[in-house]
Unconditional design. Structure first.
Length: 184
């Protein structure tokens, strides 16, 4: 097996940084990716991120992803995320990007592929696997925080395949991208 792609892949995201406080930045990273690429970047407190890929031959692909958060979060915090430049452009394959800044954010990118002689479905239990609530005392009287999410108009251009992106700034956001493919 040729592993010559490993070294460039390790350095291709060298511009992905988490800033001080609640700021996350990806700048001109992951260009011309090939294959399966998963990026999780978080700045802040109590972030949960999953990029899950499951392939099954001759059986049912069953993947259970559960995220739980218990904790206080300040809804007045300032949070910023950005995917800038030509990040993840002209790529080919399965790409999952989770980027969050703030607190108590949950993100899932899931791809499930099954080569199966029988039917398969994605039921509500799979689609609603992310559940979070803010504790009653986690709300403060100040909600004046600033939130900003930026994606460059050149990011992801020319990419082919499966592209899943979750980008969040703030408190208590929940996001999921799911794709299920069954080949009979």
């Amino acid at each position: 097996m040729n592993r010559s792609w490993l070294i460039p892949a390790l350095f291709s995201c060298s511009c992905a940084m988490a800033g001080d406080g609640h700021e996350a930045l990806i700048d001109n990273s992951g260009k011309q990716y090939t294959g399966v690429i998963s990026v999780n970047q978080a700045a802040g407190n109590q972030q949960q991120q999953i990029n899950s890929r499951s392939i099954t031959v001759g059986g049912q692909a069953s993947t259970v992803l559960i995220q739980k958060l218990d904790g206080k979060a300040d809804p007045s915090l300032n949070a910023n995320t950005a995917i800038q430049g030509t990040s993840f452009s002209n790529g080919n394959g399965v790409l999952g990007v989770n980027q969050s800044a703030g607190a108590n954010n949950q993100m899932i990118n899931a791809v499930r592929i099954s080569i199966n002689p029988g039917p398969q479905s994605i039921d509500d239990s799979v689609l609603s696997q992310q559940n979070t609530t803010l504790l009653p005392d986690s709300r403060s009287s100040s909600t004046t925080g600033s939130r900003q999410v930026v994606t460059s108009d050149q990011a992801f251009t020319g990419s082919r395949g499966v592209v899943q992106v979750n980008q969040s700034a703030g408190v208590g956001n929940r996001m999921a991208n799911t794709l299920g493919i069954t080949i009979k």
